[in-house]
Write a protein that binds this ligand. Structure first.
Ligand code: ZN
Length: 377
């Protein structure tokens, strides 16, 4: 088993400045300056744990690919890219009220997109079996017209569009388990029947009024977008049932050439922004299910790209579990956070969660399938 791994420390230098978590500090209004939620340590500590645990020696370390302007323009408007590049060169700005960026963040965002593209190339060209791109800034909220929600450039979208343009893949499925809706990826591929976008997220968390069941695609892309809004408080039972009853049947119906995982860890129980209850054990189980699906459907082709996750203490253990599963090895490092929430109340599937998952499961039959005779409803 060969697992590719991409990380460049410059991605930790993307500067989100001083902040009160989400908000601009405003001392006169009582808002004390502190750190931004999207702080380098949520990713840097995972990179360091991958190295100190010894897992790095089981991985094929790869560099980010250089990303060209045409790679970006496949998924983002030129006017936005011009603004982002100029503003970043001028010292930084904000893509929304809660999403600051600093000097050079444009180049660092290109490095993040190049990391996912590097992982994608290595998998599709057969250099590795699967790959993990540890990226920062994250990407899945960035829409065609611009960045949003800490995301400047949509890393997975750049990598997918590039691979399709190069003829390396025809059909790509995205499984996004970040606690927030993968609205940017949905937006970019909304009319595309060859990219299935599946997002499991906490119902009505972020962005506002986004990630509904009825958002299924447009034009030729109808059916190829599948949202699975889960109630707050969802834990192991809800997530694994959503995988068994929605995600895996959807992947089998769509039959992709590669599965791209938008791996956010903010559905973790200790996350400051999400209200779900996952532990590293559940991230491990979800990864196993995705690997099994990739083995059955597409020669094991699976690329994971890091998204959100805002507990600098817990995220490294979630990410370690996922990368261990990809590499088929265990470091022996135990997650000290897992124990307390593993036995928390309502980790098992609850009736209202069952109802929410059933509604999403009903949409699987509408996914465009390459199998003969199928016409999307
Ligand atoms: Zn998120």
């Amino acid at each position: 088993m060969h697992t590719g791994y991409v990380w460049n420390p410059l991605m930790a230098w993307h500067d989100t400045g001083t902040s009160a978590g989400l908000f601009k500090p405003s001392p006169l209004a009582g808002i004390q300056p502190g750190e931004h939620f999207e702080h380098p340590d949520t990713k840097r500590r995972l990179a360091e744990l991958i190295e100190t645990s010894g897992l790095l020696w089981h991985l094929d370390r790869m560099d980010p690919l250089p990303i060209e302007r045409e790679d970006l323009e496949r998924v983002h408007d030129a006017t936005y890219l011009d603004w982002l590049e100029r503003t970043s060169a001028d010292g930084g700005g904000r893509v929304d009220g809660s999403s600051p960026f600093g000097q050079g963040s444009y180049q660092i965002a290109c490095l993040a997109a190049g990391s996912t593209a590097s992982a994608m190339d290595a998998v599709l060209e057969g250099w590795v079996d699967n790959a993990y791109a540890l990226t920062r800034p994250p990407g899945h909220h960035a829409r065609r017209k611009g960045g949003l929600g800490f995301c400047l450039i949509n890393n997975v979208a750049v990598a997918i569009a590039r691979s399709i343009a190069r003829g390396d893949a025809e059909r790509v499925a995205v499984v996004d388990f970040d606690v927030h809706h993968g609205n940017g990826t949905q937006d970019i591929f909304y009319a595309d029947p060859n990219v299935l976008t599946i997002s499991l997220h906490q119902d009505q968390l972020f962005p506002a009024n986004s990630g509904h069941l009825h958002e299924t695609g447009v034009g030729p892309g109808v059916g190829a977008n599948l949202n699975v809004p889960l109630p707050p408080g969802s834990g192991r039972g809800a997530y694994l049932t959503a995988f068994d009853d929605v995600v895996l049947p959807a992947l089998h119906r769509f039959a992709p050439d590669v599965i791209v995982v938008a791996a956010g860890y903010d559905a973790g129980a200790y996350d400051p922004l999400g209200r779900q209850m996952l532990t590293s054990a559940t991230y491990r189980e979800m990864t196993r299910k995705l690997l099994a699906a990739a083995d059955e459907l597409c020669d094991g082709h699976l690329v994971a790209s890091h998204e959100g996750g805002y507990s600098p203490w817990a995220v490294p253990f979630h990410g370690l579990a996922v990368v261990e599963e990809l590499a088929g090895t265990r470091t022996g490092v135990a997650d000290p956070f897992a124990r307390s929430f593993a036995t928390a109340g309502q980790q098992d599937l609850q009736p209202h969660q069952r109802t929410a998952i059933d509604k999403a499961a009903n949409l699987v039959a509408n996914i465009p399938s390459p199998h003969a005779g199928h016409q999307p409803r």
